[in-house]
Design a protein. Structure first.
Length: 436
């Protein structure tokens, strides 16, 4: 008995020391860390920022372009000129210089409203970047929660198996005592050791799985992968989800649908941009120039001019082999494809919602059954242990009860976690995972 007490005390001390030494990580804290440090989310946010930077009137061609130019030349020439009146000019090393500068501006006044449509398309692309960022947020949250609750499941199973290990150690001590007193056989001792080692092996295997999942979760949270933490051994479920309310919000909240609507809108703007090429363009060109020429020989020794200039340029591509019409037709086909995909995604999302809801309801019922089975299996195992102590139960009865208890532990923990994962999937398809 003293040996059993020492084993129990050692196990409790190890568990308590680990709990106090490690951070207790909640699901909310894990999600917060992912949102703050997750690399996928940060990359998607940078891509969104780049699209917002592109969405300007200048990039759409609505603003004028202004430039400045300047130049100058120096030269030295030899002159040998003979005129019709008999005059002859021969000079060597005649210097000359030129200087020019100008301010130029051009402004597209009309291009079939293409500049305005392009600006709307760029803004829609930026909105699409935000939706892609939200999609990455949803995916990252779900991935982190799936890893987190798998850890919780392992933790629940390890805790239950530790309790079973205490009883199995007690069973081994009884078998050893009986064998030493001559009232038991060696077979009972060996079978008890095998049962104990099986539980210990299962615990070690689950701890190994837990360590791998902790590394994965640390990576998702964007922190040192070897940071230690603990998770609770319970799962909280929501009971406020309503299918009718989720259906009403589906069209507005689902990210996939919103993204496809954004794609359709961009393609509609693309068709309008292509049609703009059927119309003429009108561009205003203005300039202010300065020119100075100076020479030591020739007819003009000095010339200086400055002043503004302005003009309009009209261009209209009347025929280019039907390329514009072909481009419009191709854009319209792409638009129709996007609209068909939107209708397809609409049905897919509705199907995903109903599937997720039925999956959640199924796991609710299965959790109740598995919890009842766990309670019954635990009582059966405890009763078999007591009967074994009193010598009225064979070791085979204890082993059968232990196996049933071990299976019930896994099924009960799995049902709780699977219900939670079904809940997470339902929240994601309904677009409410970010506001969980």
């Amino acid at each position: 008995m003293n040996k059993l007490i020492s084993i129990v005390f050692f196990m409790l001390s190890a568990v308590l020391s680990n709990l106090f030494a490690q951070e207790m990580l909640t699901a909310e804290a894990a999600v917060e860390a992912v949102l703050k440090n997750g690399y996928g989310i940060r990359i998607a946010e940078q891509q969104w920022e780049a699209l917002k930077t592109d969405a300007t009137r200048g990039n759409a061609g609505q603003l004028p372009s202004v430039g400045v130019s300047a130049g100058g030349n120096l030269q030295s020439t030899n002159i040998n000129q003979e005129f019709s009146n008999g005059t002859v000019i021969v000079r060597n090393g005649v210097g000359a210089s030129t200087l020019n500068a100008g301010l130029n501006a051009s402004w597209m006044l009309f291009n079939g409203k293409r500049m305005f449509v392009t600006y709307d398309r760029l803004k829609m692309a930026a909105a699409g970047g935000e939706l892609l960022w939200k999609q990455e947020v949803e995916a990252s949250i779900r991935e982190a929660l799936e890893v987190y609750y798998t850890l919780v499941q392992l933790n629940m199973e390890i805790k239950a198996r530790n309790s079973a290990l205490v009883l199995t150690n007690e069973q081994l001590l009884i078998a050893e005592r009986r064998f030493s007193l001559g009232s038991g056989d060696k077979q009972a001792v060996l079978q008890s050791k095998i049962a104990r080692n099986d539980i210990q092996s299962a615990i070690l295997q689950q701890k190994q799985q837990s360590d791998a999942l902790k590394i994965a979760l640390n990576r998702l949270m964007g922190r040192e992968v070897n940071m230690e933490f603990a998770v609770p051994d319970l799962v909280e479920h929501r009971n406020d989800l309503n299918l009718a309310a989720l259906q009403l919000e589906l069209d507005k909240q689902n990210i996939r649908l919103a993204l496809q609507r954004n794609v359709v809108a961009q393609q509609q703007f693309g068709v309008q941009e292509a049609k703009a090429d059927l119309l003429p363009t009108l561009q205003l060109n203005t300039a202010y120039g300065l020119n100075r020429n100076q020479s030591e020989g020739g007819f003009s020794l000095y010339n200086f001019s400055q002043g503004p200039a302005a003009g309009l340029a009209l261009n209209w591509n009347l025929f280019n082999g039907g390329a514009v019409k072909r481009n419009v037709a191709q854009r319209q086909i792409v638009l129709q494809q996007a609209q068909l995909q939107q209708a397809q995604i609409q049905l897919e999302v509705q199907g995903e919602l109903f599937t997720a809801w039925r999956n959640l309801e199924s796991w609710k019922q299965r959790q109740v059954l598995e919890d009842e089975n766990l309670q019954a299996a635990e009582e059966s195992f405890t009763l078999a242990q007591e009967r074994f102590k009193l010598g009225i139960a064979a070791l085979l009865e204890v082993k059968d009860a232990q196996r049933s208890f071990d299976e019930a532990i896994s099924r009960s923990a799995g049902a709780k976690v699977q219900r939670k994962l079904a809940e997470i999937a339902l929240l994601q398809v309904s677009g409410r995972l970010q506001t969980r």
